[in-house]
Design a protein around this ligand. Structure first.
Ligand code: HAM
Length: 422
């Protein structure tokens, strides 16, 4: 019996890994330009970090975490997201004592026990960045600016930005009361999920996709109507700064996000054609209470995480041609032990110089080796048999022009080094 990979996991095969590497390189370069340093964190943490950090009422903590007792009977969780771990590391390394803000980025696998569907996996990868220490709306704008710059560099300039403010501990309770006053009389008409949300975290009802709930929610009070003066000013300033980044955005009053730590700014990014991907390609926001919640001082933070799997899906659907594998420059078709030795020497020389070349390892006939070279899409093929060794000249074929020449080893190397790839 064959053993398949667990549900919700994917194997990224070489052709697709190339697109992943492109995404990760573009991401790291964009982060460099904005002054973010890379943080590499463990994939598992104490479960307590997420209970306190992500929030006990969230879907993530309630039903999606991979939690287990290790052999020392500690409760361990495979990280479901990156922000809590970044804040844990920030505090553990006393980064608050360095000049603020501290700007960090990360890249790696996350784990959530969700129902797999298009673009939703149980092991997925996020790239993300966080800025800790600044309350200023210009910091939120930088996070959003870098997010959109990343998508622009990736070749997805049409990515759609939705923003909202979810207020703060001053204005949120007032809105919560208004929302409960509005919804409680109609509670029995809401779906079961929303009835639960009403008890635990009423703001999250705006996430509901149930059509009947949506009708009820149409007239429900939005947090935007209840923002305190400071939150309103912060949101207005953010909009001003976004213009500085020359960014288009839509304000979405229903945008509330699924993690408990958000205050003020929240945002999500979508690929406009929802048939390619219905869910967000990236999302983030401000979390002014998280550092304190995790045992630090009262220090604010703002950040974002973007799904690498989802970015790759969009690239594959739209423009994967730009990220094709490099073309093999030379295939050496060798017959006989001495010829293989020569081929090995030639390959070793060229590979040291970073030139992509290969030979046959399967003992194929010359004819099959030529077929293989063609299949690999080799730019040139060199044939080495007894005759060629005796003459000290190799038969070299231009696989595009179909011309061929007899060349010495040195001339062959010069040709391969200098000929253009195409
Ligand atoms: P999130 O919205 O849970 O936020 O995830 C951010 C992004 O990760 C999503 O927009 C999506 O692209 C990707 N993602 C999430 N779940 C899955 C999944 N099951 N399969 C594939 N991709 C997925 C956070 O995680 C926050 N930590 C973001 C943040 C950083 N907020 C502030 N700083």
């Amino acid at each position: 019996m064959l053993i398949n990979g667990p549900r919700g996991t994917v194997d990224i095969l070489p052709e697709e890994s190339r697109i992943w590497r492109f995404v990760e390189t573009v991401f790291a370069e964009a982060c460099d330009a904005f002054g973010y340093g890379e943080l590499r964190l463990p994939i598992f943490e104490h479960s307590e970090l997420y209970l306190r950090g992500v929030g006990e009422t969230t879907d993530i903590v309630q039903k999606e975490m991979y939690t287990f007792a290790d052999r020392g009977q500690r409760s361990i969780t495979l990280r479901p997201e990156g922000t809590a771990g970044v804040v844990r590391s920030f505090l553990e390394h006393k980064m608050q004592n360095q000049p603020l803000p501290i700007k960090l980025y990360y890249n790696g696998p996350m784990f959530r026990y969700e129902r797999p569907e298009a673009g939703r996996f149980r092991q997925f990868s996020q790239i993300g960045f966080e800025a800790l220490g600044s309350h200023d709306a210009s910091m939120d704008a930088e996070i959003i600016g870098l997010t959109m710059e990343f998508y622009r560099r990736l070749g997805i300039p049409q990515a759609e930005l939705l923003i909202n403010s979810v207020g703060c501990p001053v204005c949120r309770p007032i809105h919560k009361k208004a929302l409960l006053d509005y919804l409680t009389p109609q509670k029995h008409e809401l779906c079961e999920d929303c009835q639960n949300r009403l008890e635990k975290n009423p703001l999250r009802v705006f996430d509901c996709k149930n059509p009947h709930c949506q009708v009820i929610l149409k007239e429900a009070p939005r947090i935007s109507g209840y923002l305190c003066e400071e939150c309103q000013t912060h949101f207005d300033q953010l909009k001003g700064y976004l213009q500085g980044y020359d960014l288009q955005y839509k304000i979405d009053h229903n945008l509330v996000r699924g993690l408990d730590y958000y205050t003020r700014t929240v945002f999500e990014v979508y690929y406009p054609d929802r048939s390619v991907l219905p869910s967000a390609i990236g999302a983030g926001g401000r979390y002014n209470g998280l550092v304190e919640e995790l045992g630090g001082q009262d220090l604010p933070g703002v950040g974002v995480a973007m799904g690498v799997d989802r970015a790759v899906m969009v690239l594959k659907a739209t423009q994967s041609k730009a990220i094709l594998a490099p073309r093999m420059k030379l295939f050496v078709a060798a017959m006989g032990t001495q010829a293989h030795l020569l081929a090995t020497e030639i390959l070793a020389t060229l590979r040291k110089e970073g030139i992509y070349c290969d030979q046959d390892y399967m003992g194929r006939s010359l004819k099959s080796q030529m077929k293989a070279a063609d299949k690999f899409g080799a730019r040139f093929t060199a044939i080495i048999g007894d005759q060629e060794i005796a003459k000290g000249l190799f038969l070299v074929r231009d696989m595009d022009g179909k011309e061929q020449w007899e060349l010495s080893k040195e001339d062959l190397l010069t040709l391969i080094r200098t000929a253009p790839d195409a």
